[in-house]
Design a protein around this ligand. Structure first.
Ligand code: ADP
Ligand code: MG
Length: 244
């Protein structure tokens, strides 16, 4: 039995009067690779952000790796050390080299020695195919390279879970494949991953589960084959007609 990683129960999130998450209940297990699809504005980013404490929960419970995020006393910094996140816009530190971007958090938070952090960063750069970019500044990199550095930076904290929020949406088409390949390799290595994406081919190939959200609710949660070949909910059918 894999260890249960995430347990979300009747999660609601509002911004003022705008109810964005409308009662989400789901579980994710260790090793799950779950793609979350759905129209823009359906609450996908908000949902991911609640899983590492970037959004305060309005009601319901969210337990991640044993941390109760619905409890205000929970140490969010501790949670974030175990949950890596990759954003659409990379969010690299612009004034630091690639290497310093990757070693910064491990040096500050994990108290690794400089040489340990350095060696680890070089290993990770190799893994994402950027061994030659350690000393580059982010502005010298293409979007796809920046995103692979962002993935390496998140992995440098040895997270138990990786959250990806549309990691390829800001990239030129020719850059998308390299980033997806890095993610596919991570999945193969057994990383637990939740991925908001519009890359339906990737979702079908790499995910063991696909969740369709609309209006802040999960409307379908099934294997990729079922979701793509045998969609049930009319709004999922409509969505797939538009994107496929
Ligand atoms: P998605 O990622 O599916 O496109 P989001 O989670 O980004 O959807 O947004 C869902 C809704 O929540 C949108 O109506 C958006 O305007 C609103 N929203 C998201 N973040 C905030 C915020 N920080 N303050 C106010 N409204 C927000
Ligand atoms: Mg979003």
């Amino acid at each position: 039995m894999a260890k249960l990683k995430i347990d979300v129960n009747d999660l609601h999130k509002s911004f003022g009067k705008n109810e964005v998450l409308n009662g989400i209940t789901t579980k994710f297990n260790e090793g799950d690779v779950v793609c979350i699809i759905g129209p823009s504005g359906s609450g996908k980013s908000t949902f991911l952000r609640t899983l590492n404490g970037l959004e305060e929960i309005t009601s319901g419970t969210v337990i991640v790796d044993g941390y109760d995020l619905s409890n205000k006393k929970t140490d969010l910094n501790q949670v974030r050390q175990e949950v890596g996140m990759v954003f659409q816009q990379f969010n690299l530190f612009p004034n630091m080299t690639v290497l310093d971007n990757i070693t910064y958090a491990p040096l500050e938070l994990k108290k690794l020695s400089k040489s340990e952090a350095h060696d680890k960063a070089l290993d990770l750069l190799k893994k994402v195919g950027l061994s030659d970019k350690a000393d580059a500044m982010p502005e010298m990199l293409s979007g796809g390279q920046k995103q692979r550095v962002a993935i390496a930076r998140a992995l440098a904290m040895d997270p138990d879970l990786m959250l990806f929020d549309e990691p390829t949406s800001a990239l030129d088409p020719e850059m998308v494949g390299d980033v997806l390949e890095v993610m596919q390799n991570l999945a193969k290595d057994g990383m637990t991953m939740l991925i908001v994406t519009h890359e339906m081919g990737f979702a079908r190939k790499v995910a063991n589960r696909v969740i369709f959200t609309d209006g802040g609710e999960i409307l379908e949660d099934n294997t990729p084959d079922q979701v793509f070949d045998n969609p049930q909910h009319p709004r999922l059918k409509d969505f797939l007609n538009k994107v496929l």
